[in-house]
Design a protein around this ligand. Structure first.
Ligand code: MG
Length: 290
C-alpha cells in the first residue's frame, strides 16, 4: 500500500493511493490510529478494509494533483542518515570508502512535506540535494541480526538529504561534525508516501534519481550501496534502540550538486515515489550578495 498523510478541510487525515491519480481518505477505517501511518499500517486486516472501502464508493476520493501532503511520519524519534554509502559518491567528495557504516542524525524538526519549499538559511550560499532511499522502522528493536532485518521494516519512502555544502566543507576541514549543516529546518524533505514493505521485494535493487528543473543530476541504483539495508539496520541498532516511525536515510549516489534559488527538485526512487520540492535561498530573498 501507498499510505500518506494529507491536509484536508477536516485537518490532517490518512489516505491511500488507489491509482496514479487518486487517493482514498482512510478516516472511516483508521479508528484510533488516526493519521499515525505507523499505527495504521500495523492494523490487522487493513488491506481488506481498504479494499472494502474502495469498493463501496462512499469514501472520499481525492485527486493526487490537488493534494497537499504532510510528511508520512509526523514525529519520528530520530532520523538516522548514512554517509558515504555509495562508492562513486565517496570518490566524488575525495573521501575514503568507509569500512563500516558512517552515521549522523538529522533532527525531526528538519522534516518537510512533499511540495513544500526547502529554505537555505542566510548563513549558507550552497544548498545541495541528495536523493536517498529511506527506511521506516515499524518495530521497537535493538541489536537486530542481519538476517532479521525484515522484521523491523515497516516500509520505505524517499528522503532528500539537503545539505549546506559550504558549511559542511568547513566542518570537514576542521574535523568537526556536520550535523549542523545538514540539520537546518526544511533540510529533510520526505515522502510523499510510506510504501509498505510488501510492495518492495528487494530494497537493494531500486533505481533512484534526482532532477532539477527537468535535468537529470543523479541517477543510480541502490545495488551500488556499500552497505545494504539489512547490514545498515543491524549496525545502527547495535546499541541504539530503533523505535516505530524512526527513519533511516540510506545514503546518496554520485552526482550531488547545488540547487539554485527557485529550482525545483524531483527525487525519485522506483516503486517508492517521487518527492518534489522547490528551493529558496534566504540570502537571495534579502538581496545579500552570495
Ligand atoms: Mg546523504
Amino acid at each position: 500500500m501507498f499510505l500518506c498523510r494529507i491536509r484536508t478541510d477536516a485537518g490532517v487525515v490518512p489516505a491511500v493511493r488507489i491509482d496514479d491519480e487518486t487517493l482514498l481518505d482512510l478516516t472511516p477505517v483508521a479508528g484510533a490510529a488516526g493519521d499515525d501511518l505507523v499505527a495504521l499500517a500495523a492494523m490487522p486486516g487493513l488491506a481488506a478494509a481498504v479494499a472494502s472501502l474502495a469498493a463501496d464508493g462512499a469514501a472520499a476520493r481525492i485527486p493526487v494533483a490537488s493534494t497537499r501532503f504532510e510528511v508520512p511520519v509526523a514525529r519520528p524519534q530520530k532520523i538516522v542518515c548514512v554517509a558515504l554509502n555509495y562508492v562513486a559518491h565517496a570518490e566524488e567528495g575525495a573521501q575514503a570508502v568507509p569500512s563500516e557504516p558512517v552515521i549522523f542524525f538529522k533532527p525531526p524538526s528538519s522534516l518537510l512535506p512533499h511540495g513544500e519549499t526547502v529554505r537555505c538559511p542566510a548563513r549558507s550560499s550552497r544548498l545541495d540535494f541528495e536523493v536517498e532511499l529511506a527506511v521506516v522502522i515499524g518495530t521497537r528493536a535493538r541489536d537486530v541480526a542481519v538476517s532479521d532485518w525484515r522484521d523491523v521494516v515497516l516500509g520505505y519512502t524517499v528522503l532528500n538529504d539537503m545539505t549546506a555544502r559550504d558549511l559542511q566543507l568547513v566542518a570537514i576541514e576542521k574535523n568537526q561534525p556536520w550535523d549542523h549543516s545538514k540539520g537546518f529546518d526544511t533540510f529533510a524533505p520526505c515522502g510523499p508516501y510510506l510504501v509498505t514493505a510488501d510492495e518492495i521485494d528487494d530494497p537493494g535493487n531500486l533505481d533512484l534519481s534526482l532532477t532539477v528543473d527537468g535535468v537529470v543530476r543523479q541517477s543510480s541504483n541502490t545495488r551500488h550501496m556499500v552497505f545494504g539495508v539489512p547490514e545498515l539496520i543491524s549496525v545502527i541498532s547495535a546499541g541504539i534502540t530503533l523505535e516505530p516511525g524512526d527513519i533511516i536515510a540510506t545514503g546518496t549516489p554520485s552526482g550531488i550538486g547545488k540547487v539554485d534559488d527557485g529550482g525545483t527538485m524531483v527525487a525519485t526512487v522506483a516503486g517508492v515515489g517521487s518527492l518534489v520540492n522547490p528551493a529558496a535561498y534566504e540570502r537571495a530573498a534579502v538581496g545579500t550578495p552570495a
